[in-house]
Design a binder for this molecule. Structure first.
Ligand SMILES: Cc1cc2nc3c(=O)[nH]c(=O)nc-3n(C[C@H](O)[C@H](O)[C@H](O)COP(=O)(O)OP(=O)(O)OC[C@H]3O[C@@H](n4cnc5c(N)ncnc54)[C@H](O)[C@@H]3O)c2cc1C
Length: 338
C-alpha cells in the first residue's frame, strides 16, 4: 500500500528550491502503487501533480493537491530481432543522467549528447528533452503509461507521443491524462557521433576518432562550465524556449541586428537564440529581490532563496515583454507552471 504523507514540503523536490507544501504526497514505487494511489479518495478528490525530479516545474504556492513522487525503478536491455538496435526499458523514476552513464558503460552508446540533464526518465518524453543537437525522440522507441481517462495501461510509440521542439502530446491534448511508468529507448548498434553542435565539435576536435565516452565527457564539461548547479543556486535550466520565426522576419531582424544568433530549421524557418535576445535587453545578471537572471547565462532564471514562484513568473513576464517590445518576437517559458 502506498504511503500518504500529509502537508509534505516540496522544497527538496523542485530544483528552483521554492518552499511550498503539498496537502498529500505519495511515493510511487510500482505500477500497483500508482493505481492504488489514484483510486484513493484523498487523491481522487483533488488535482494530481506527477513529479519526477522537479527540474522543470515552477511551483507558485502551496498545493491542495496530491503529488505523486515518481520513484519506479527498472532497467532492462533487449535486442531487436534484426540485431540493428538495442531496446533499453527504464523505469520512470530512474535518474536520467545515471541512465545515460549506465547505457554507455554497458556498451550501448547513443545518449551521450544528453548527459547531465537533470530529472527522471519518466519526464524525458514530456518536453522531448534535447541538448547539443540530439532530442529524445531520435532515441525513443515507446513508453508505457497509465491512461487516467480510460483507466488502463497503454503503450505509446513515437508518433502517438507527437514529439516537437520541447513539446509532446503530454504538454498538449494529453496534458494531465497520462502517468508514464517506463520508457523504452532505441539505441542503434551502428553508432555515429552527433557533432552538429559547433561547441561540442570543438570540444572533441583534438581527437581523431571521438568515442561515446569522449563526447559524454565533453558534454559534461561544457554544461558544468555554463549552467549553474541547482544544488548551489536554484534554477530550472533554460527558462525560455528558443522562438521559431519565419525566414523573412529573421532576415529583417538580421539587417537591424547583425550579431543576431539564429539557426535554420529543416522547414526553412529559423530558431532564434532566446538567451541572445534577453542578453541584448540587458538582463544578464539582473536581480529583482530574491530572483534574477544568471550572470553567465541569460536564458537561466535563478532563485537566490526566500522568494516565490510568483516572484519568478513576474520577472519572466517582464523579460518576455521587454524582448517583445524590442524585437517583435514573443518568448515563452519552458517549465510547467503549477
Ligand atoms: C540545470 C538544468 C539544466 C537543464 N538542461 C536541460 C536540457 O539541456 N534539455 C532539456 O530538454 N531540459 C533541460 N532541463 C529541464 C529538465 O531537466 C527536463 O525537462 C527534465 O526532463 C525534467 O525531469 P524531471 O523529472 O525533473 O521532471 P519534473 O520537473 O518533475 O516534471 C516536469 C513535467 O513532467 C511531468 N512529469 C514528470 N514525470 C512524469 C511521469 N512519470 N509521467 C507523467 N508526467 C510526468 C510533470 O507533471 C511536469 O509537468 C534542465 C533543467 C535544469 C535544472
Amino acid at each position: 500500500m502506498a504511503d500518504f504523507l500529509e502537508f509534505y514540503p516540496l522544497r527538496p523536490h523542485n530544483t528552483l528550491g521554492f518552499d511550498v507544501t503539498a496537502r498529500y504526497a505519495v511515493p510511487v514505487r510500482s505500477e500497483d502503487d500508482l493505481v492504488q494511489a489514484l483510486d484513493d479518495a484523498r487523491v481522487a478528490s483533488r488535482p494530481v501533480l506527477v513529479l519526477g525530479g522537479g527540474s522543470n516545474v515552477v511551483l507558485t504556492g502551496d498545493l491542495d493537491a496530491a503529488v505523486l513522487l515518481m520513484q519506479i525503478p527498472g532497467y532492462r536491455v533487449d535486442t531487436v530481432s534484426d540485431g540493428e538496435a538495442s531496446l533499453v526499458t527504464v523505469g520512470a523514476g530512474e535518474n536520467w543522467h545515471a541512465t545515460v552513464l549506465r547505457t554507455i558503460a554497458d556498451g550501448l552508446p547513443g545518449l551521450e549528447n544528453l548527459a547531465l540533464i537533470p530529472g527522471t526518465v519518466g519526464a524525458a518524453p514530456i518536453q522531448n528533452i534535447g541538448a547539443y543537437g540530439v532530442e529524445l525522440r531520435e532515441r525513443f522507441h515507446a513508453l508505457r503509461a497509465w491512461d487516467r481517462q480510460t483507466r488502463r495501461f497503454v503503450t505509446l510509440d513515437a508518433e502517438q507521443c507527437a514529439f516537437g521542439y520541447r513539446d509532446s502530446l503530454f504538454k498538449q491534448a494529453g496534458r494531465d491524462r497520462f502517468v508514464i511508468t517506463a520508457v523504452t529507448l532505441r539505441l542503434p548498434r551502428r553508432w555515429q557521433p552527433a557533432l552538429g553542435y559547433a561547441e561540442l565539435a570543438r570540444g572533441v576536435a583534438h581527437l581523431p576518432a571521438p568515442r561515446p565516452e569522449d563526447i559524454r565527457d565533453a558534454v559534461i564539461a561544457i554544461r558544468s562550465a555554463k549552467l549553474p548547479d541547482p544544488a548551489h543556486l536554484g534554477n530550472a535550466g533554460s527558462f525560455f524556449k528558443n522562438p521559431v520565426v519565419s525566414a523573412p522576419l529573421r532576415d529583417a531582424l538580421l539587417r537591424e541586428h547583425p550579431s543576431l544568433v539564429s539557426h535554420q530549421q529543416a522547414d526553412g524557418s529559423y530558431k532564434l537564440a532566446a538567451g541572445w535576445l534577453i542578453d541584448q535587453c540587458g538582463f544578464k545578471g539582473w536581480r529583482e529581490g530574491c530572483v534574477g537572471v544568471h550572470d553567465r547565462q541569460a536564458l537561466v532564471l535563478v532563485h537566490h532563496g526566500g522568494g516565490s514562484g510568483n516572484d519568478l513568473m513576474a520577472l519572466a513576464a517582464r523579460i518576455a515583454d521587454t524582448v517583445a517590445q524590442r524585437f517583435g518576437v514573443r518568448i515563452e517559458p519552458e517549465p510547467v507552471v503549477i
